[in-house]
Write a protein that binds this ligand. Structure first.
Ligand code: B12
Ligand code: SF4
Ligand code: SF4
Length: 410
């Protein structure tokens, strides 16, 4: 048929038969088209496996490097943060996925060459995880399947007095991810994926759709060999040292990670309020050197002191839309930004053990960070860092956690 013979009205008439479906004369063509139209418009035409394939493809097509599905059956008996009903009544399944962080930016962050680029990548990947989860929920909601996009981070339960500061998540992406095979929980408690190790961020969509659960990662793909380089690169004392583990049962499967102390320790260091190593030879990106107490009950008062001091220091610098500016807002603080200053336990954990060792060397040989008056950060030798602080006024030095000159001269 040439384009001159084409009659669009004839096609419309042919397609609009009494049953509302197509009639092109050819029976086999009719069957295929009728099926396609029904499937395209009616989700119930899809089997649970087809619907599962669809949601997995949805998040993969948006950049997920690993995806898993958990159901109320496979999450049964898990900790409270595996209860899907908490965010969506009648929920039956959850799709959890991992988004990789940029490796080049991670290496520059660990070498202390560029703080802002990795932080910006982390913030945008977090936003993308929330956005993809919400996008899938929007899609399913519009197909008539009630669904909910879980925020990637910084949403904490506040149901009981003082619960907010316990940092119990609405839904724990890690628990859902490990149960559904997105990755495996390492010694650090971080979720380790086969391809990018712990260098990923996680997202979840909760749905009332009946989906087919995926299995936990097979043994041969669980690479954590308890090298403990995560613990060695942590200046906060977050990870236990006595071999005690936290064991969690989820849907009849047991998962373990090292016993950790209060999340306040990680807040202290990863939030940028302090960062110097015990031997004073290297630091995180924090220019402050408040000591993290060994005694658990002393951590919170010391953290409060360090947080107050940080408010009077210049903001971290970072210019232009490609940077993270002076940090990001956290719900525990009003009108004051915090910065990702460590994340060593996550960023060091690459599937290749030799790469983990290289990253440990990089971290411990990258120097000590100091802050200039305009807010810029610079990594220098430990001696230069002491000199930098000695040249400050006592008042300004106190903002970095140094209250006596002797501490620097010893
Ligand atoms: C709270 C939180 C923190 C807290 C506490 C960490 C923790 N305990 O897991 C702090 C501030 C310390 C923290 C630090 C970090 N975090 Co964080 N954090 C979260 C958050 C919001 C929930 C973590 C979680 O699942 N906790 C539950 C379990 C794992 O914690 P638990 O203490 O062992 O739980 C025990 C009890 O508390 C109890 N329990 C569990 N849940 C609940 C709920 C209730 C109501 C009750 C009563 C009890 C209870 O049962 C458990 C067994 O005894 C998630 C986002 C999310 N919504 O999932 C991100 C998340 C885990 N964080 C992430 C990251 C990257 C980090 C950091 C590297 C910092 C950074 N730069 O971003 C460090 C890593 C520290 C570490 N090794 O864990 C990523 C992890 C990615 C990965 N590959 O694993 C996540 C998933 C964010 C994301 N969307 O990607 N984090
Ligand atoms: S750094 Fe080593 S011990 Fe820690 S989680 Fe990764 S592989 Fe496991
Ligand atoms: S993010 Fe840093 S301070 Fe927090 S647990 Fe990991 S290594 Fe320790």
């Amino acid at each position: 048929m040439s384009t001159d013979d084409f009659d669009p009205d004839a096609v419309v008439v042919a397609a609009q038969t009494a049953d509302g479906l197509s009639d092109f004369g050819d029976e086999s063509l009719n069957l295929t088209l009728d099926q396609t139209i029904a499937e395209m418009a009616e989700p119930s035409a899809l089997s649970p496996q087809e619907m599962s394939d669809l949601v997995v493809e949805f998040v993969r097509s948006q950049g997920a490097c690993a995806v898993g599905i958990s159901t109320t059956e496979t999450l049964a008996g898990g900790p409270p943060s595996t209860d899907l009903d908490y965010v969506l009544e009648g929920a039956r399944s959850a799709i959890t996925f991992a988004l990789p962080l940029d490796q080049e930016k991670i290496l520059k962050f660990l070498r202390k060459e560029d703080h802002s680029a990795h932080q910006a990548d982390n913030l945008r990947t977090t936003a993308a995880a929330t956005g993809i989860a919400q996008g899938l929920a929007d899609y399913l909601n519009q197909l008539g399947i009630p669904s909910y996009g879980v925020s990637a981070n910084l949403v904490y339960r506040d149901d009981k007095p003082d619960e907010f500061l316990e940092f119990h998540p609405d839904v724990s992406h890690r628990y859902l991810a490990v149960r559904s095979g997105v990755g495996w929980l390492g010694f650090s408690g971080n979720l380790l994926t086969e391809q990018f190790g712990a260098n990923v961020l996680l997202g979840t969509t909760v749905t009332t759709a009946e989906l087919v659960a995926t299995d936990p990662l097979p043994k041969e793909k669980r690479y954590c060999d308890e090298c403990q380089l995560c613990r060695a690169s942590c200046n906060s004392g977050f990870f236990g040292t006595d071999g005690e583990m936290t064991d969690v049962m989820i849907g009849g499967e047991e998962f373990s990670y090292t016993k950790r102390s209060s999340p306040r320790r990680c807040d202290f260091v990863c939030g940028g309020f302090t960062g110097l190593s015990k031997d004073e030879e290297w630091s995180t990106w924090s220019p402050a050197r408040f000591g993290v107490p060994d005694e658990e009950e002393e951590v919170l008062p010391r953290l409060v002191e360090a947080v107050v001091a940080s408010g009077a220091r210049p903001e971290f610098k970072g210019e232009g839309w490609e940077s993270s500016g002076g940090g990001f807002y956290h719900p525990t603080m009003v009108n004051h930004k915090v910065n990702i200053s460590c994340a060593h336990c996550q960023l060091i954990c690459h599937p290749d053990k030799e790469e983990r060792k290289r990253r440990y060397k990089v971290i411990t040989e990258s120097g000590v960070v100091v802050q200039h008056e305009d807010g810029t950060l610079e990594a220098v030798s430990s001696d230069q860092a002491r000199k930098h602080l000695l040249e400050m006024s006592p008042e300004r030095r106190a903002l970095y956690g140094v209250t006596s000159q002797n501490e620097l001269e010893e």
